[in-house]
Design a protein around this ligand. Sequence first.
Ligand code: ASP
Length: 582
Amino acid sequence: MYRSHTCGELRMEHAGQPVTLAGWVQTVRKFGSITFIDLRDRYGITQLLLGESLNALLDQQPLGREFVLQVKGTVTERTNKNPNIPTGDVEITVSEFTVLNGSKTPPFTIQDDTDGGDELRMKYRYLDLRRNLVKQNLTLRYRVNRSVRNFLDSRGFMDIETPYLIKSTPEGARDFVVPSRMNPNQFYALPQSPQTFKQLLMVSGYDRYYQIVKCFRDEDLRADRQPEFTQIDCEMSFVEQEDILNTFEEMTKHVFREIKGIEFNEPFPRMTWDDAMKFYGNDKPDIRFEMKLTDLGEAARGNGFKIFDEAELVVGINAAGCAEYTRKQLDELTEWVKRPQIGMSGLIYVKYNTDGSLKSSVDKFFNERGLQLFAEQCNANPGDLILILAGKEERTRKAMSELRLEMGERLGLRNNNEYKPLWVIDFPLFEYAEEENRWVARHHPFTAPKPEQLHLMDEPAKFGQIKANAYDIVLNGTEIGGGSIRIFQKDLQEKMFGALGMSKEEAQHKFGFLLGAFEYGAPPHGGIAFGFDRFCSLLGGSETIRDFIAFPKNNSGRDVMLDAPSEIDQVQLDELKLSLLK
Ligand code: ASP
């Protein structure tokens, strides 16, 4: 063994012991005839003291940052203790050292507050991974992984691997494809998720399946998405929605208990999709704060103010305690809603002053009573500020949902150390895709409609009303998991494909394997998948999933360390019978 202990292990109780350590040089500090070295490994940092005789050696063989050293010596009590590190009471009085390997000067300092920018650290990710912060994130990820596995193992779930080279699995994104050399002109797709496989495993009788598994989606990368990411993927047979929600609520609680020491004593709240949209303007409500959306249509219309009169939706929020907002602050908020990402043409406010008077940007059209009505509907009190948006239904709702989050942020109501999970249930089964002029599955085509609405599957005009047994688990305004009860009858599955505009032949061609399996005794089943990277980043109090992935891609889907994607040799292209368009 190169070492008897790690660099994070030694304490006062080891004083006097001979030890051997190995690790990387973090810093070298020379003081006349003695030298201090901080030696680092995965477990921590230990101070080394090199006395006069060794110090002379250092003149012949200078040590630089990130050199790999092995040292032998004795654990000694430090005169200047460092309370900031666990090994800070001791140092090693070194009797012998060996340079196991040298190192070029690293392109950035390998410390908590590094001088390396994002791209540079990604290019040298193997060095970035030596940094404490990144190490803590990866350690957390590993612990969450263990915790999830322990829970699922204890509940009889079996980890079963599913293939990566498959046929397309539609989950709403584009597939990554892999050409087949042995089958020229044919392609595999990488799984967007193991969805159909886990369902087939249910048909095979493996009634509790899980996998912590890579999924691949070729999406335009919006902020903080990765083309390959990890899911905690689960499926159960002979269950109803209630069983799934309970099982995975327990799993979430288990992880919080083990990783964060947080106990959720109450059941997670449940909110229907309709309510989430109505009160929060989106399907992943951040319920760390209230500030619910209020429909002000009735109070707003009929007062001669054209913008309200012509709007499909007039919606307000109550920014409690903000009546003191200055003209400048209000102008700034107005500019904020006018940004192209939000896309509104203006913002209307009603100030409910502490003296009880009301002041608004639409005073011309509303008398005191009219403004009072807004205040009442928004449950506003003296001292509060009502912010109102009006316009096309969908855009206005979305904009208000963003403004609510922004106000929550500005008012400090979105604390990263506070965790507020909830279930959003009763999602619509379908969604109308305007560009394609057809209905698409809101979750995926294997999701079951509510049994009591089955008859509507024959009435395309009513598809918009059908709700699914589909659910998301949401944490602090982020969806961390989602799933559904599945269709398990061949007829219904065929009907579903038909509703999505697929012909019988097309359905057979794409999903013949699944439809076939449903003819051999498919049990009722359902499942869920958690976004593992995202879950970890939330548990780590960060917004960036990249920080929790050992070798992530950048926002354009590139691995800047490998420089991938990249061109391939002509020989490879020829073997694959591919030619490139210029
Ligand atoms: N496969 C689904 C997804 O990736 C999750 C599920 O329905 O279990 O979103």
